[in-house]
Design a protein around this ligand. Structure first.
Ligand code: F6P
Length: 350
């Protein structure tokens, strides 16, 4: 009986449990594999922390947010983690794992790629609320995050209107503006600011003033956490960082740009302005049916690849098809918001 492991790495997102459920059920029911959950991402393989998953252990988890396996941003190839790849290889041998399904974003899949080059049988599954993974049209988690942000924008509309205020809504997305663009379009934002487009504050003030002049006495500004704000003391502007510390993959902690932007807008337009930071609410709670179905499809397709012995690949969504591509194809750069989406959003500015 072959033993197959599954792990979730990086930031959590809605749809992880639906995906784990699909991986485990497909493995047990169709291929008679013994399935194992690796706890807390790569950390579980470094520490040898795994547990068997039977049909009952994945029962009832489909609508649940988070991940029953736990997750971490542990990077086995980080500079402080000397010897971790070797420990992983030892544990794979010790537990006799034939293959591993790695559910994660670019960081987790980057480590997966390096391990597959070292001979580990790996198949990747793409997740992240940021939707910034190259090679796939969508990652699961994104649709739920967009829905949460859209609902927040709808709610902010009514209070903004009552008080004649400008409401700034800060959303996640790291260095890409997918959540901001989609939630902004769906929620009817009056301005959307994303990292892909340089911010021109004079234009922002102008759009808001023009809108208020035509009798719309409130505005909704959606801002992505990763924009570079042109600050007075910095010619080029810079990211607003919660902390200068970096995580194991070298990412800085973003967040806080919204409140600075709100102050600038109030000063630049004279309109009372408030800021709401959605933060981790965008990652919590029950996944949308779209994310449950996408994660389920990825889970089934990944197990089919493992069964065929096609390793070093990741399953992705292209159009309405789930296809396998090489893990190395998703490495290197983020998938950014293209002009099609931003031009569409811009029609509704002001
Ligand atoms: O990558 C997902 C994400 O939620 C980003 O949008 C955000 O910048 C980051 O993770 C937050 O990370 P953490 O959960 O470590 O605060």
């Amino acid at each position: 009986m072959k033993k197959v492991g599954v792990l979730t790495g990086g930031g959590d997102c809605p749809g992880l449990n639906a995906t784990i459920r699909a991986v485990v059920r497909k493995g047990i029911k169709d291929y008679n594999y013994k399935m194992y959950g690796i706890l807390e991402g790569w950390k579980g393989l470094i520490d040898g922390n795994i547990k068997e998953l039977d049909m009952n252990s994945v029962s009832g988890i489909l609508p649940r947010g988070g991940t029953i396996l736990g997750t971490s941003r542990t990077n086995p190839f980080g500079k402080d983690n000397k010897g971790d790849p070797e420990r992983i290889l030892e544990n794979i041998k010790k537990f006799n794992l034939y293959a591993i399904a790695t559910i994660g974003g670019e960081d987790t899949q980057g480590a997966a790629f390096k391990l597959s080059e070292m001979g580990v049988n790996i198949v990747g599954l793409p997740k992240t609320i940021d939707n910034d993974l190259q090679g796939t049209d969508y990652t699961f988690g994104f649709d739920t995050a967009v829905n949460i942000a859209t609902e927040a924008i709808d709610r902010l509309h009514t209070t903004a209107e009552s008080h004649n205020r400008v409401m700034v809504v800060e959303v996640m997305g790291r260095h890409t503006g997918w959540i901001a663009t989609f939630a902004g379009i769906a929620g009817g934002a009056d301005i959307i600011l994303i990292p892909e487009k340089p911010v021109n504050m004079e234009e922002v003030y102008e759009i808001i003033k023009r809108r208020h002049k035509r009798g719309r006495n409130f505005s909704i500004v959606v801002v992505s956490e990763g924009i570079k704000l042109p600050l007075e003391d910095k010619e080029e502007g810079g990211y607003i960082l919660q902390s200068t510390e970096k995580d194991a993959y070298g990412h800085v902690m973003l967040g806080g740009v919204g409140s600075i932007l709100a102050k600038m807008i109030e000063k630049g337009t004279g309109f009372e302005t408030r800021c709401t930071v959605l933060g981790h609410t965008q990652r919590g709670g029950t996944p949308t049916s779209f994310d449950r179905i996408l994660g389920t499809r990825f889970g089934i397709a990944a197990m089919e690849l493992i069964h065929k012995g096609e390793f070093g690949k990741i399953v992705v969504l292209r159009g309405n098809e789930i296809i396998p591509i090489e893990l190395k194809e998703i490495m290197g750069q983020y998938k950014t918001v293209d002009d099609y989406w931003y031009d569409l959003a811009r029609v509704f500015f002001g």
